[in-house]
Design a protein. Sequence first.
Lengths: 435, 435
Amino acid sequence: MENDILIINSTILPLAPDMPELIRQGYVAVKDGIIAALGSMADLADAAGAEKIIDGSGRLVMPGLVNTHTHAPMILFRGMADDLPLMTWLHEHIFPAEAKSVNPEMVYWCAKLAAAEMILSGTTTVADGYFLENSVAQAFIEAGIRSVAAQGVIDFPAPGVPDPKRNVAAAAEFIEDWQSRSPLLNPAVFCHSPYTCSPETLQNAKAMARRKNAQLFIHLAETRAEVEQVREQHGTTPVRLLDEIGVLDKDTVCVHCVWLEQEEIEVLARTGTRVSTCPQSNMKLASGIAPLKEMLAAGITVGLGTDGCASNNRLDLFFEMDFCAKIHKVKDLDPTALSAATVLHMATLGGAGVLGLENAVGSLSPGKQADIILLDIIQPHLQPFYNPGLLVYGASGADVTTAIIGGKLVMQDRKILPFDVNETMIEVRKMAESL
Amino acid sequence: MENDILIINSTILPLAPDMPELIRQGYVAVKDGIIAALGSMADLADAAGAEKIIDGSGRLVMPGLVNTHTHAPMILFRGMADDLPLMTWLHEHIFPAEAKSVNPEMVYWCAKLAAAEMILSGTTTVADGYFLENSVAQAFIEAGIRSVAAQGVIDFPAPGVPDPKRNVAAAAEFIEDWQSRSPLLNPAVFCHSPYTCSPETLQNAKAMARRKNAQLFIHLAETRAEVEQVREQHGTTPVRLLDEIGVLDKDTVCVHCVWLEQEEIEVLARTGTRVSTCPQSNMKLASGIAPLKEMLAAGITVGLGTDGCASNNRLDLFFEMDFCAKIHKVKDLDPTALSAATVLHMATLGGAGVLGLENAVGSLSPGKQADIILLDIIQPHLQPFYNPGLLVYGASGADVTTAIIGGKLVMQDRKILPFDVNETMIEVRKMAESL
């Protein structure tokens, strides 16, 4: 019994730069939460055993996906108000619903439901940003999902932080509380945007994050209106503003980055700033289409994000990959503009890089964390299966049968193992009914 | 036992103009292939019984979806060659693969696999166009799916029609063969395009279709290159060309319609011509974005199509609805540009209208064909469920648990009942391996 888990007889897609693209009849061995070995079944020692053997016949084995941006608790507002102008949606629906319903219990149960949805659709690492992030962290740990959990900072009274003067201090306390508590969770700070946080707040938050060696997330250049507002208030554009006040570096993740000038792309590249792109949210809210090809060409590390459920309305990165590839093809009227391979990279190792976790997750490589998913590819909609591009253009999260995070089996045969999903759905439904 | 099937305790979404939007706790009764009644459980007679009772608790019941354009046999080429320039893709991959592999056996098995994929994702009516359409028709009838099956016409030697002079005659024979054979199938003619069929061919095909009271399908204004080519060859634009030669009327379905001038939209509206829009295909092949809002505003009946699997790569209309709504929002930078309700209509009653079947299918109305699907909405990614918009922005075909076509149960608990799907997958895989 040398291994904890041994997956056998499977098609392996390592998505690692130094590995073959596909191992047609292969195995993956997991021990102490780590990928111990992987390769062809022909090279598996006869004596190799494991506490748990998973027959991967008819399955594709790949690294779990990395969601670089969401607001998990907003699952409560999923589909509550669609197809509306942005300001009507925000001011007449989302903000009032948040004011009425956001409390630690809501955040906890909704984050747990979001974790279930993500695990069931193949996400094993997620970056979250919201208020009362303590309760998100608690829910994620119980759900067994890996995360970067970021406490929200905004220059207005917020749930859990009635006095905005304490917003950075509250985030600092959150980071201290969680910094060494679980190998599955890295705490961070999430500044809402350059139009809801003053330059002083952003500088304070960044200084605090630097001291604590934590990441800083921020919505940036999402809409044309935001760019105009920042220009009016600060006489410059969002990326330039953040650069001028010293907020951009390799531990800052800018989310959306739809409305950028070429020079701003170069600023992001020069400072090593990471980017999370959320194509479905940008399409549904009609924010625009990010200059993704240009950002990738400039060498920026870009990952995929689903955004929160109020604006997507799902947390399924398979959909996100497909939307991402297709929107950039049609944007440029060029079918080669963005390939399936590039999008698969963004959803795995690229996303891991955005979260500073490229040495820990994002590919199936010996020594890395055992964050692994299995997909059932013997289904009518995935046949024939010529190459991994079909994961982008043909699969969905519903094809994921099994998920392992840090060597722990968290989903098998589409059943979540660490907690009771029915109880979670009932709790969230009760809150939805009272909204 | 007055009914054949009785669905009880379910959320009903009739999508019929004269019905309530949602019946929260309702029933649907089916007799002799027809929807006999539907309504609130409170109004269901105590004595009501049925040969088969389906407990629809936790399910949403809605009309089966209508796919207005595909090439079912092209499932063999799914994912074979993605992310390539259009001409490389066509001339170096698709055309050679077709030349090598298209024969009656291939068409039969691949159409059957396509039928399985469509039924499993909630499609109950499909319009297909390909060569050797006899074999598609045979496969569809055996699969139990409702269809408009159209024999391909092209001015080149084609599978089954080596002499292009016989192309319209072959289509006429196909229509005669199938016109009264099954209540599930309407035969039709599919002229490939205005750049592969001469005006004479198009006129002959249309005259033949008129005599036989059959529909004519044609790819039209799909790419900018096509518009330029038609202009060079005929000195006019695709829609104007078809109008001038008398091919446009309410029984002609123009597929794609991406590159239209406003005046051409008015021509389509004036002639009552129907349109099938295929947003995913148009995005993946980078053809462009159709002027859908303008077509709908002009009063044109528009349905959704998946296109064939070589260019999508899936036959799941839930994905198509989502892509359709989001691409048109971001195109106009207007989140109200296309609503979930409009897209749901296009995938049901609107699509039925495109196929001339609006009195037979597309809504749950007493007297209509019993083409019904059930979705499991008690899943993490579909909770909370505030309104039917979530079907567009949150659901996928994998959420469909049950499908009934013409009163016959064709899928239950995600198992296809009329035929052996495993055998079908094995046959198609063998062909794929020999490609």
